[in-house]
Structure formats: C-alpha cells, structure tokens
Design a protein around this ligand. Structure first.
Ligand SMILES: N[C@@H](CCC(=O)N[C@@H](CS)C(=O)NCC(=O)O)C(=O)O
Length: 207
C-alpha cells in the first residue's frame, strides 16, 4: 500500500488527490511540521532536506511531489490522466506539470519561506518580487486555459492536479483572488468528487 507522509495544506495533497482520481489505495501518515522534527535524523532519513511530502511504496521511498505523481500514474494509472508517452500532448503535459512546481510553485514557496525565516524583519521588496513572479505565472496558466476546461483541453489530466495544488497555495499565500480564467478553473477543480474526497481524507474526515 502507498504511504503518503503528509501535513495538511502541503504538497502531499497532489498525491492524495491523484490516488482518489485513480481509485488507488493509500494511507496518510501524518507528519509533525515543526522545524525541530523536520530537522531530526529520523525525518532526514526520509527527506534529506527536511521537507514534506514523502511517499513510500514497498521498497521505494521518494521525496519530490511531482515525481511521486508521475510514478503513481505510471505504475497504477493504466494509461489514465496522462497523454501517450512520446506524443506532442505528452510534451505539453510535462511542461505544465513542471511549471506548476518549478516555476509557479517556486515563487509562491519563496514568499512562504521568507515570511517564516525572516518573520521579525521581512524584506518587503523580496516578497513583492516573488508576488509579481507568482502573478506572472498565474497569468500564463490563465491565458493557456482560454476556451478550455482543463489545461490540456477537454481531458482532465494529472497536470491539472499539479496546477490545482499550486492554485490552492496561491489563494492561501497571495491573499488575493485568482486572476482571469483561473477562478472558474479553480471552481471546476474543487467541484470534482475526487478533490472533495482528498480534502476529507486530508482533514481526517474521510468515511
Ligand atoms: N519541490 C518539493 C518542495 C517541497 C516543499 O517545499 N514542501 C514544503 C511544504 S508544501 C515544506 O516542507 N516546507 C518547509 C520548508 O521548506 O522548510 C516538492 O514538490 O515535494
């Protein structure tokens, strides 16, 4: 059984949501998010940089959320929620998966990290720069969604799961509404029954 080491509101939600979309069994292992625990040798053995999430599947342990999503899809997805490997659509799919974390999520993450690490004396210019990068990334996704329900078009894919978690973080940390096409996209994402089940599982309210 897949084990997802997770703290509510963090990136492990991507894997939980994907498992709900696929109907893949999993177990959530709650993680103490305190800096002290994440710096402990016990946690560093699972995640060498002291972050969450971690996922294990038998002998395999992983510590990067987008890689976990791709692994779960490839192993348990039976071809669902991603275009055929090697196709043009697969290239676009990979682009949005990586963009969600490496470009968009990074700018948002820097806001969170800066506010936490420099809470007594945050540099407003640094935060403003990261907010501006986050807005630029949000606008790029919004533009790409023009005339589409999902980022690849009519088919929902794991790229929407990757982006959905990033939008969740945008709403939490930017303190402003999602721009343009992102607001209706967010409504479509959160209306999915798998999203709702993932939220219930994350908060410990799953049936
Ligand atoms: N690229 C990594 C980022 C992991 C990450 O930044 N996790 C956040 C929570 S969502 C965290 O542990 N933050 C605490 C810290 O950076 O000290 C992934 O996608 O797994």
């Amino acid at each position: 059984m897949l084990k997802i080491f997770h703290a509510p509101g963090t990136r492990g939600f991507r894997v939980i949501w994907l498992c709900e979309e696929l109907g893949t069994p999993y177990e959530i292992v709650p993680v103490d998010m305190s800096p002290a625990y994440r710096a402990s040798p016990e946690w560093r053995k699972l995640n060498p940089v002291g972050k969450v999430p971690v996922m294990s599947d038998g002998a395999l342990t992983m510590f990067e959320s987008g890689a976990m999503v791709q692994y779960v899809l490839d192993k348990y997805g039976k071809g669902r929620l991603q275009p055929a490997h090697g196709s043009v659509d697969y290239g676009i799919y990979l682009q949005w998966c990586w963009f969600a974390e490496a470009t968009f999520g990074r700018a948002l993450g820097e806001i969170v990290n800066h506010r936490r690490e420099f809470k007594d004396n945050p540099l407003q210019d640094v935060i403003a720069e990261m907010q501006s990068r986050s807005r630029l990334a949000a606008d790029a996704v919004s533009k790409a969604l023009t005339g589409k329900n999902w980022i690849l078009g009519e088919e929902f894919s794991a790229a929407d799961v990757m982006l959905g978690l990033t939008l969740r973080s945008y709403l939490k940390h930017m303190g402003e509404d999602l721009p343009g096409n992102l607001a209706p996209y967010w409504s479509r994402l959160t209306a999915r029954s798998a999203y709702k089940r993932a939220e219930a599982a994350e908060s410990g309210k799953a049936k």
